[in-house]
Design a protein around this ligand. Structure first.
Ligand SMILES: [Zn+2]
Length: 320
């Protein structure tokens, strides 16, 4: 029996998770990380109402964050900030590797301006480079203890993948090939998304570099491969060559945010008495929107009064 379905249920029919895999290749002289990320990229598109060029930029950045999260040595987060002068007014993506070995990698992210839809570039592709613009890529790895590791490199094209490869080389002296792709359907939804990083390890020479190059040339467009139904494993297999499949590590990936009402309450208390009094007097309520996931939090006048009382009672009144 078939029942009519709500459009939302339909768009989720393909599942809420993508997948990221990581493993050694080229007899230990390289390693590959590959991801299929349609579901989290579509979730970001829907939550932020991203127009096509913005959906491609944020999707590529989310995919990069997922790839780098699986590359973390211990649970923690990697944050990528593409601070460009283009109409997107910056793109931010975060990937979090959770403690639990089976928990999904959580990605979240946004563009400063979600409503960007530029003409296709001269190659007939979504013009992510122009939408991001010129500027700097900042990378932060936060393992939850000690100083977070921060690096930066100039954006070379704003196309995200090239910028990341350039960052790896300049800031971390790592030789990588990076490919990222997002296919936006005519209805504006994300039809396919994913990407890969192949890294040449110490000991790899010209021969290995050429082999990776040849593999990637054979693979062609990542977007086309994904649109044709390739999953993370298949991308890894075709990119790496001599992939050690027995040692392949796989993790699901989903769009997830860490925001909650308690955190935003604490942020409101932090604003201080004057600001809270002003909100109560002027609007009688406050609406806060999480930048990362676009979730809206509404605080009533009564709730604001309660937070004001907490602000008045000083730091000790702030609940942990
Ligand atoms: Zn959020």
């Amino acid at each position: 029996m078939t029942a009519p379905r709500a459009p939302r249920a339909d768009s989720r029919a393909a599942g809420r998770f993508g997948q990221v895999v990581r493993g050694p290749a080229l007899a230990g002289l390289a390693r590959v990380i590959a991801a299929e990320t349609r579901a989290p990229c579509e979730e970001a598109r829907r939550r932020h109402d991203l127009w096509p060029t913005a959906a491609a930029a944020v999707g590529r950045a989310l995919t990069a964050a997922a790839l780098m999260a699986l590359d973390l040595k211990s649970p923690g987060a990697v944050i990528l900030r593409f601070r460009g002068d283009g109409p997107l007014r910056g793109v931010t993506a975060e990937g979090r590797l959770p403690e639990g070995a089976d928990d999904p990698i959580a990605v979240r992210g946004y563009a400063g301006e979600p409503h960007v839809d530029l003409d296709l570039n001269e190659r007939g592709k979504l013009d992510v480079g122009r939408a991001v613009g010129r500027g700097t890529l900042y990378v932060v790895r936060d393992m939850g203890r000690g100083e977070p590791y921060t690096g930066a490199a100039e954006l070379v094209s704003g196309e995200i993948a090239e910028d990341l490869a350039h960052y790896f080389l300049r800031s971390e002296q790592r030789r990588t090939a990076v490919a990222l792709g997002v296919l936006v359907a005519p209805d504006g939804s994300v039809a396919a998304a994913g990407g890969l990083v192949v890294e040449l390890l110490p000991g790899a020479g010209e021969r290995e570099a050429e082999e990776v190059e040849a593999n990637l040339a054979r693979l062609g467009s990542v977007t086309a491969a994904l649109a044709g139904g390739a999953d993370a494993r298949e991308l890894a297999r075709s990119a790496a060559g001599r992939l050690d499949e027995g040692r392949l590590l796989a993790r699901p990936v989903a769009f997830r945010c860490t925001c909650n009402r308690r955190r935003l309450s604490a942020a409101l208390v932090q604003l201080g008495q004057a600001e809270l009094e002003d909100m109560i007097a002027k609007d009688g309520r406050a609406e806060l929107v999480c930048r990362f996931c676009a979730k809206r939090y509404l605080f009533s006048s009564e709730e604001l009064a309660e937070l004001l009382a907490r602000a008045r009672s000083g730091p000790r009144g702030v609940s942990r």
